[in-house]
Design a protein around this ligand. Sequence first.
Ligand code: TXA
Ligand code: MG
Length: 357
Amino acid sequence: MEYDIRREPVYGSMRLDKTRLVPYNRESALEAAELLKYGELVAIPTETVYGLAADALNENAVKQIFRAKGRPQDNPLIVHIASMKMLPPLVREIPDTAKALAERFWGGPLTMIFPKSDKVPCITSGGLDTVAVRMPASEAACEIIKRCGFPLAAPSANLSGKPSPTTARHVFEDMNGRIPLIIDGGECEVGVESTVICFKGDKIHILRPGGITAEMLSEFGEVEVDRAVTAQPEKDERVLSPGMKYKHYSPKADVYVVNAHGKTFEEYCIKRSRFENDLIVLGAGVAERGVFHDYGSTPEIQAQRLFALLRKADELGAKTVLVEMPEHSGMGLAVYNRLLRAAGFKIIELEKEYGNN
Ligand code: TXA
Ligand code: MG
């Protein structure tokens, strides 16, 4: 940790030979905060996925995020805070429902969209006049934000288009040479990104499903789920959340969601694996054997494992990945949403042909 930022003043995120990966502790949190104060990028753990953080209020620092990720500039970032005190300067208005939701679900995997104040640079909000804010539950993330004293813009710390990172090793695979520091806080608990909501009058509108489910939110008002959560946007359709229009979470392999369960699903996959090399299967609660990998028997476990398994598909050199259709309610909606995008909305319908079993 004898890394002196004054002796090596400019790493310019793309010019590094090597990125340091250090475990989260008091010292590394301090070092992360120092780098962030200098306008550098640091990858930090959160309870959802790893984030690629920069000072949210520093235009030049935020620009580096888009560069390091290869992210389109019209895709806005989430601003992370560590206390309720940090919210009012970022926004023009806080609806009562938002106050109630913050009280109940912050720190946690819920992102809320507010009209933005002038303090938030346009680059952070992707040119929109709104800003997405979340307070993470992760101790590491909050500690680093507190040490900085300013909010952190942090998208998922993957290269744009790749599955989000749920371990520090995933971040290293994508960001080595692009950023100076990765803080390793272990495996992310939730495994998929936060729920993103906006407010339409009294209604809570879900733009991206996540760990705080529609069912949980419905205690606080009428909840509607944006069409883009489960449907492919039409060409040129205006989507409320710009992130929804990009291909996402994709391994190199072709991913298909297979709408079948139990024996129907397994027999279909076995049949295909006889004729196709480089095929792997992610089944919900299947016994691990041959081409079959278990992606979890509950939506919560599936969320934790999904991105790591999509990355593993690449490591295994898979050309095709067949994934058993997840549930569509509770946390299942978040898993389904990520899978649809990983699959480019390709669904193989077997239920209709063979009936449900
Ligand atoms: O769990 C998470 O939210 C993680 C961790 C690191 O906190 N972050 C994350 O950020 O997933 P990112 O950039 O990968 O996803 C942010 C999503 C995008 O789909 C973006 O379009 C949407 O939030 N978003 C951000 N600001 C928005 C705004 N003002 N209006 C609508 N959508 C917005
Ligand atoms: Mg992302």
